[in-house]
Unconditional design. Structure first.
Length: 337
């Protein structure tokens, strides 16, 4: 089978790999749509660790094409999405019901071969059935949507209050939609005009240009000077966290959602956190939220997140398009000729 392999920082190549048969409790999946996200870009540039030789891709929608002999709840031809993590089950985090914080977790597309291939094998328990009429380009958003649902769980937002979302990439747009469903008054800040337009279509009331020198003052004015009760940093940039502290209301809750490079450092004032009783929250992965994400796919305006679709052989163009922000979302379609 053909597959994209990560050979090391800056190096991807198309390779011929041996096709594996599923084990008793596994399924073979033909990926139809695999999202290219910021984590994939960080893997390629060497700022996010991944196993050399791994097949990237963890945002996956595909068709079941093979079943292990002990699999009972899936059938060949089923359209599925993949929850892409395996946990050790033995560490303190796993035994406290916090599997997503497992220090020995392994992720498909990072440590284990992922979806940028004509075929992949995963445990059947990680394959979630999608409605058969789901557009695969929407179905592959299940994984990032599940992560966004976990973030909103962590935020514990109360309806009717203002939230500022910093960054309107795919993750930010999903958070906008969920915040709107939660009854929040959503403001977005984003430099790209097309993404600001998409944020409004996803439910934001205002979308400000972060390139404008007065954007922070303009944002604060929307709250009559009080600041935002919730701020979500969804761009993965340290200056976003710095702005979040500045623009938070007293007792504001700040969510660090965007995946920054591990070496990035933000300059924030401990005194401001103390004096205004700010809460700074992290959020990681999608613990037990994948099923909820499947349920919500049809309830959100995800068609707004239009995808640029590339065949497997055009993987280099796909990664370039993601890095250059040519589309709201970039998808590799391994079955596309």
């Amino acid at each position: 089978m053909k597959a994209v392999r990560f050979e090391g920082p800056g190096v991807l190549r198309l390779a011929d790999l041996t096709t594996l048969d599923p084990g008793p409790l596994e399924v073979s999946i033909a990926p139809l749509a695999v999202g290219v996200c910021g984590t994939d870009a960080h893997i390629l540039d060497g700022s996010f660790p991944a196993r050399p030789g791994v097949v990237p891709g963890h945002e996956i929608a595909g068709r079941v094409v093979g079943l292990g002999n002990a699999v009972e709840d899936l059938h060949e031809g089923d359209l599925v999405t993949v929850e892409p993590h395996l946990y050790c089950g033995r560490c303190r985090s796993c035994r406290l019901g916090q599997e997503h914080l497992c220090p020995d977790k392994r992720a498909f597309g990072v440590h284990l071969d992922g979806g940028m291939a004509e075929l992949m094998v995963v445990p059947a328990r990680l394959a979630y059935l999608l409605p058969p009429d789901t557009d695969p380009n929407i179905g592959c958003l299940t994984e990032p949507l599940a992560c966004a649902i976990h973030a909103m769980d962590r935020l514990e937002a109360r309806s009717g209050l203002p939230v500022l979302v910093i960054g309107a990439g795919p993750a930010g747009l999903l958070l906008v939609a969920l915040a709107r469903v939660a009854g929040l008054q959503v403001t977005v800040v984003e430099p790209d005009p097309a993404r600001r337009t998409a944020a409004l279509a996803m439910g934001a009331a205002q979308a400000l240009d972060s390139g404008a020198p007065t954007w922070q003052a303009d944002a604060r004015a929307l709250t009559d000077g009080a600041g935002f009760d919730y701020v979500i940093e969804a761009a993965g940039r340290p200056e976003g966290l710095e702005a979040a502290v500045t623009l938070a209301a007293r007792r504001g809750r700040l969510m660090v959602y965007g995946v920054a490079r591990p070496g990035d450092v933000a300059n924030i004032s401990p005194y401001e956190v103390y004096a205004r009783e700010l809460t700074i929250l992290g959020t990681a992965l999608n613990p037990f939220t994948h099923l909820r994400a499947v349920t919500m796919l049809g309830q959100l305006p995800l068609e707004v997140i239009e995808a640029g679709v590339f065949p497997l052989a055009a993987y280099a163009d796909a990664f370039r398009a993601q890095q250059e922000r040519q589309f709201l979302k970039v998808v590799i379609a391994p079955q596309l000729a």
